[in-house]
Write a protein that binds this ligand. Structure first.
Ligand code: HEC
Ligand code: HEC
Length: 133
């Protein structure tokens, strides 16, 4: 009998310890919910299907850069029949993602993606004037 209560007590301690990461987060009011991204207000569609952008926006940006800087191709014919001017600052961050902090950065920070170095040179047009980054 005494053994049995010892076993139950041990089990309880074990359960408490093993669920600690979850109970701790609940107690701390944190959750594992993904970050809320601020989506563009004035556009309904991205320059490519959202699933593609989620997985491959970096490749698309590099392709835009290659086209613009090396091949002098300054426009991009999108899947939806529209034509966009290629441009990280001029198009992405001006026409659509006017809040880099609440869109790009929020996701990158959440996922631990090393901040893309692009902003060493390119400007976030919505940052305080004169600010780089
Ligand atoms: C060392 C500075 C520097 C860095 C870092 C840099 N760029 Fe650029 N980028 C430029 C310059 C200069 C141009 C040419 C601007 C022009 O043609 O007027 C350019 C052009 C581009 C263009 C086409 C035109 C435009 O205005 O956007 C794209 C797209 C682009 N870069 C994307 C990127 C991406 C994505 C990264 C990060 C992975 C990046 N760049 C990092 C300097 C830089
Ligand atoms: C929903 C999440 C998410 C959003 C929103 C997002 N990114 Fe990313 N981004 C990622 C992930 C994940 C990677 C890393 C992919 C990898 O390492 O292969 C990445 C990588 C990049 C890279 C390549 C970095 C490098 O050093 O090679 C660039 C450039 C980039 N993102 C630009 C942007 C820009 C600009 C925006 C906003 C207009 C943006 N991203 C929004 C998830 C996101």
């Amino acid at each position: 009998m005494r053994d049995r209560s010892l076993i139950y007590a041990g089990l309880l301690v074990f359960l408490a310890v093993i669920t600690l990461p979850f109970t701790y987060n609940i107690a701390a009011g944190k959750s594992t919910k993904p970050p809320e991204l601020k989506l563009p207000e004035n556009e309904k569609q991205c320059v490519a299907p959202v699933e593609y952008m989620k997985s491959s926006h970096m490749q698309l940006l590099l392709q835009w850069r290659e086209n613009s800087v090396r091949n002098n191709i300054k426009t991009y014919d999108a899947f939806n029949g529209r034509t966009y001017t290629v441009g990280l600052t001029g198009t992405c961050l001006t026409r659509c993602h006017t809040s880099k902090a609440d869109f790009c950065d929020r996701c990158h920070t959440y996922l631990g993606v090393q901040g893309p170095y692009c902003m060493d040179c390119h400007i976030d047009p919505n940052k305080a004037q004169g600010g780089r980054q």
